[in-house]
Design a protein around this ligand. Sequence first.
Ligand SMILES: *Cc1c(COP(=O)(O)O)cnc(C)c1O
Length: 497
Amino acid sequence: MNYISTRGYGIVNGEPTTAAGAIKQGLAPDGGLYMPEKFPILEDGEIEKLASMNYSERAATVLSKFLTDYTYCELLLDCSDAYSEARFPGGAAPVAAIGEKMRVLELWHGPTVAFKDMALQIMPKLFVRALKKTGEKRTALILVATSGDTGKAALEGYKDVDGVKIAVFYPVDGVSRVQKLQMATQEGKNVEVIAVKGNFDDAQNGVKKIFSNAVMQKTLDEKGYFFSSANSINWGRLVPQVVYYISAYCDLISNGDITNGEKIDICVPTGNFGNIFAAYIAKQMGLPVNKLVCASNKNNVLTDFLNTGIYDRNRIFHTTMSPSMDILISSNLERLLYLVAGYEATGEYMEQLKNTGKYQVSEEIIAKIKNDFVGYFCDEEGTAKTIKDLYCGYNYLADTHSSVGINCAVQYLAAAGKNAANRIVIASTASPYKFASSVYSALENSPAPEGTAAIEALSALTGVPVTAPLADLDKKPVRFTKVIESGKMAEAVTGIL
Ligand SMILES: *Cc1c(COP(=O)(O)O)cnc(C)c1O
């Protein structure tokens, strides 16, 4: 399987690369994102076969279709370790029921209790193999901009991995207390954590600029390093996420919720458009999916885009209780644009986005996108109300992001009526304890106790056991306290070399 860039590298100029090459590099040389040349398909009868497998086997089977330069044996070894009971107690991606129609795909049973673990437990293993497969001798410097969850999951995945250093930048006031503490207490010899003044987009733009800075490249080269990324712009992040949508479908068949071949809807609380794009890939592979519901919080730039075809980031940035979705530039949308509009138009949209913060696609393009996607959003009040309704009505404790998803799923079901599938799978992206303070406030209509005391308060209130990795967070030593201006990110990186 060859990989090419959303902006034409490997199609009109340059050579396509292998999966290992794409995973190693992160971004394509022309600044675009890597995509497989075509999507592999699920063969007749393959879903039944997958349904009889455990999660690691499902993952190795699906990954081997995309990563054709990795052997099945390599992938199964890596998946068995990444998705083991030790790392994901109780299973990697279990499905819970809420009433008749809604099924919640819980993706937060891993070490950092957010769905990013689903990709970032396996990706470092794929990355290390990629270095070997490509004969790489230099050290990889992985730069991560995070709205909270990616940073911690990447640090945990890459800590003490040979041949790799990792630096994580997060917006100083844009993450929850728990997220901040998780990162500040990170262990490992090869890790660096730096807070940036500004919001997530500032941090992400800073990282993108460093990647394309020629002087920086030269310095890196001289010192025996090269840049890579662990953000969802890296193909190695996206492809493991395709697996759990297929896995959920298998589980719904096994539960008797659906019959094989029956379509489902999928709703994903969205920020950078990575997770929902993985669901779209599963659909392209032949998974029976009706609609993909893109759920946003008050930062509803994607809802507007899906309704109008106009993407416009020139708007107020809201800091919400679902901070991992506080994003106005959804990088992975570029991959969808490439598929529906081609690389030339995509390059133009991205140029316009960079220069004016805005672009508009044609009626024809947005109509194509609407065949698969529909967008809804939920404000802060709606999020809090959903947390409370779910707990009171179904005894289900959901985090803020998952609640945005569930709220939007309810809106979708009401609007779609008979056009909705019989079951909707909603991606639940974080443990309620990761956002304990907001969840507690939503349930009690009053402020939560400060810091990690909110975790205990929420547990005392609901009786739901605290997700294990968070239980002793306040006892770990703080290692990282640096805060810098967003213009000083390049300097900080030079300091690490
Ligand atoms: C990252 C994240 C999201 C958004 O996922 P994208 O792939 O960026 O769209 C949603 N919820 C949580 C808890 C996250 O960590």
